[in-house]
Design a protein around this ligand. Structure first.
Ligand code: PMP
Length: 382
């Protein structure tokens, strides 16, 4: 049977076909609803049923909070995709990668209030690195602004912790760390390093990498992320953080992830990754076509690149559009798009100029189609 769904918020009527034309396009949050049709097609094989008596205790039978079987599945996914080296490394779970980002900052910081670690990132960057670091307000680390302020200035007593997002949120670029020197430690946020959003040129082998199920299977609500860690002492400090903070991740979340990854690896991952890539690529192609007719708006430049997973050159398929308003007078791009019924996110949220707006491309097909229509109308008016 067809699944029974609610209408999208912009549609009504018994068959959800009545569009209310004043309804704005939701291109704000990064909810990965684009993967919903895939899971509808795999509804039975991805379902779990948990009995009332199942896994009531705090730990697994080995006394840990981490399912060894899920670790095995995660390593298998990375080896099939070829996007990260896990051999000889430690893996730890967090309540989403969000929890692991701060666990990593804690673990890389010295336990010394005399010289707190300096936490930095390169604009435009995902705002949580700054807001979370400031929120926890520790004596051991503090947020110290953009990496550009510290280039060639890392030979002080302080430890530098550089956040690197690759591919980057918001602009989808494959980036590397900027700071160099013995005092520099990096946290590689690899949330988007999957064939959905980027070519995979080679397996990532950074000392500390963070991944999340949110952007791999789309199950952001399950709150499950993992870190791949080279150094044992850093791993142990992160384990301590998880012990203090939440005593690990919910067993149900781990069970659900296990079941989802079981479907992901079917046929060596071809089904999920092919679906995710072609959906995202088609969206980027449609968006680019419209913006290419505009003098007023532009998009980030991304090039086709060889992908070791697909074993061919592939077109860009970023998770977000990083739109720029080109006219001198259009200083607040967010307001211009908002007036045209498009809700994105302001550039200043990403520590960039407000001439930029981030538009989420990973939401539902309805959200994307509405976005495209609003943009078409806006460009046609130029
Ligand atoms: N890192 C980046 C770059 C993100 O964009 C996101 C989610 N939008 C996260 C981390 C957090 O993901 P989660 O906590 O759901 O794993």
């Amino acid at each position: 049977d067809e699944p029974v769904c609610e209408c999208h918020q912009c549609y009504s009527g018994s068959d959800c076909s009545k569009f209310s034309s004043d309804c704005a396009a939701n291109a704000g949050s990064g909810d990965p609803y684009f993967l919903e049709p895939f899971w509808m097609r795999h509804a039975a094989s991805s379902a779990i049923l948990v009995s009332g008596w199942h896994r009531m205790g705090y730990t697994y039978s080995d006394g840990s909070y981490i399912s060894e079987l899920l670790v095995k599945y995660i390593k298998n996914v990375h080896s099939i995709v070829g996007n990260a080296i896990t051999e000889g490394k430690y893996i730890i779970f967090g309540s989403g990668s969000t929890q692991l980002l701060n666990a990593a900052v804690y673990a890389l910081s010295p336990n010394s209030s005399d010289s707190p670690a300096k936490v930095v990132a390169t604009a435009p960057y995902y705002p949580v690195y700054r807001t979370q670091t400031e929120f926890f307000n520790s004596r051991d680390y503090s947020y110290e602004g953009d990496t550009s302020l510290w280039k060639n200035k890392t030979d002080s007593n302080s430890i530098f912790i550089e956040f690197v997002t690759s591919p980057n949120n918001p602009d989808g670029k494959l980036t590397r760390g900027i700071l160099e020197g013995p005092n520099v430690k990096s946290i590689y946020d690899r949330a988007y390093y999957w064939p959905h959003f980027t070519a995979i040129p080679s397996p990532a082998d950074d000392d500390l990498m963070v991944f999340t199920i949110s952007k791999l299977t789309g199950h952001a609500g399950s709150r499950l992320g993992w870190a791949i860690i080279k150094d044992k002492a850093v791993y142990q400090k992160m384990l301590t953080y998880l012990d203090m903070n939440t005593m690990g991740v919910s067993r149900e979340a781990q069970l659900r992830a296990l079941k989802l990854l079981d479907v992901v690896v079917e046929g060596d991952g071809k089904q999920l990754f092919q679906f995710a890539y072609s959906t995202m690529r088609d969206r980027w192609t449609r968006l680019k076509q419209i913006i290419s007719k505009s003098k007023r708006f532009s998009l980030q430049k991304l090039s086709p690149q060889y992908c070791t997973f697909f074993k061919r050159q592939r077109d860009p398929s970023p998770a977000y559009a990083w739109v720029k308003c080109e006219r001198q007078q259009d200083k607040n791009c967010y307001e211009i798009l908002e007036a045209a019924g498009i809700n994105g996110r302001e550039g200043s949220l990403y520590s960039a100029d407000n001439r930029y707006v981030r538009l989420s491309l990973i939401r539902s097909q309805d959200d994307f189609d509405i976005l495209i229509n609003k943009l078409k109308n806006l460009v046609a008016k130029e």
